[in-house]
Design a protein around this ligand. Structure first.
Ligand SMILES: [Zn+2]
Length: 372
């Protein structure tokens, strides 16, 4: 057994470039013979072939293109693998300042402040109050808003990274992640993701299945374009466009700008608020009980999906691999739109409708909610 394996391996090793070229030529010949019509090519058979091709191409939708993907697209997970060891850098974690932090604005107050800001801006477009310095790197101040770049940062801007706005403690926590300075990938390769982007009957654009998708199939995995781990207060809203222009990789900016906004002003903060998905981070030592929730992450693909209270995919966030994913919760037919739920689908209809209207400014008319 082993001798035949060895001789086979040896034969491959000993193949000369001319042998390889001959094999390649034979392979190409075989391929081209497969493409030839079986019978002699008359004008009729060519015309018939052309019309068949046309009929098929008008039905079959293209999948995602490379330009739809800001992050590199891969076939293998490598060190993102869920089976890879995951060890936080404890030395980094022990650096936490344990002084209690000012909890800052509560979410309700924060929402009100942002709402006030958005209303003000829609009335006087372009007049941005100057609120002083941008969120910064003053790690000594517990309430400072900081930037963090998660992923391999490349000089030529060709390798996007997750853009994070957080507090100093959360920044240290993220820096302890084993993938902190590793390349982030969309998986599988974009050409294998069974989705395309097209106009939706529900809202603007949406994601659609290029083929039938099995129940429990994972459609894709992707890192967030950015995370916001501090309250969405007016101070941040006012500086968000400037911050992203100055610090975000160009491809991430393009992916952000491709998303819809439901807020007036057509700015990036509104776009972020419209498309952000709630995520969890592991709790940190000084977190009060129930904390440990990131306000949200924005995803180039997942954030494109429209809402339905009868969703056909579920969204999963895996902190260990730093990736969000869609998993089919039933069989999805080719051409069907992909929906996930923006709200708690177990809540009564009135509660769901109120939440969707308040956060995303639309009245849900999904198959469960029905017409208004
Ligand atoms: Zn609904």
């Amino acid at each position: 057994m082993s001798s035949s394996e060895q001789s086979g391996t040896g034969a491959e090793d000993q193949m000369s470039p001319s042998d390889i070229a001959a094999l390649e030529a034979a392979f190409m010949e075989m391929l081209s013979s497969l493409e030839q019509p079986a019978s002699t090519t008359t004008r009729d058979t060519l015309a018939a072939k052309a019309s068949t091709t046309k009929a098929i191409s008008s039905k079959v939708k293209l999948g995602l293109r490379a330009s739809d993907i800001a992050f590199p697209s891969a076939n293998n997970i490598y060190d993102h693998s869920p089976s890879a060891a995951f060890v936080l850098d404890n030395k980094m974690l022990n650096d936490f300042a344990l002084a209690p932090r000012d909890p800052g604005l509560q979410m309700e107050q924060s929402d009100a402040a942002v709402g006030e800001f958005m209303r003000g801006r829609s009335l006087a477009k372009g007049s941005y109050p100057n609120s002083g310095s941008a969120p910064n790197d003053r790690s000594g101040e517990d309430n400072a808003a900081c930037l963090l770049f998660f992923g391999a940062v490349d000089d030529d801007d060709s390798v996007p990274w997750t853009f994070v706005i957080c507090d100093p403690a959360r920044r240290r926590f993220l820096r302890a992640h084993p993938l902190y300075k590793k390349r982030l990938f969309v998986e599988p390769h974009h050409s294998a993701i069974p989705l395309y982007i097209a106009a939706s009957g529900v809202h603007h654009e949406g994601l659609f299945a290029t083929r039938s998708i099995a129940k429990d199939e994972v459609l894709f995995r992707e890192p967030p374009l950015f995370l916001i781990i501090i309250p969405l207060e007016a101070r941040l809203a006012m500086q968000f466009d400037k911050l992203t222009r100055e610090w975000m990789p160009k491809r991430t900016q393009a992916a952000l700008d491709a998303l819809h906004t439901c807020w007036p002003g057509n700015d990036r903060f509104g776009r972020a608020r419209t498309n952000i998905i709630g995520l969890d981070l592991p709790a940190m030592p000084q977190d009060p009980p129930r904390a440990g929730t990131v306000l949200g992450g924005l995803f180039q693909l997942a954030s494109r999906a429209n809402h339905s209270c009868a969703a056909n995919v579920g969204f999963d966030w895996d902190y260990k691999t730093f990736q969000g994913s869609f998993k089919a919760n039933r069989v999805i037919e080719a051409g069907e739109e992909i929906f996930f739920a923006y709200c708690d689908v177990n809540a009564p209809k009135e509660v769901r409708r109120e939440e969707l209207l308040r956060k995303y400014r639309f009245k849900c008319t999904c198959t469960r909610c029905g017409e208004i």
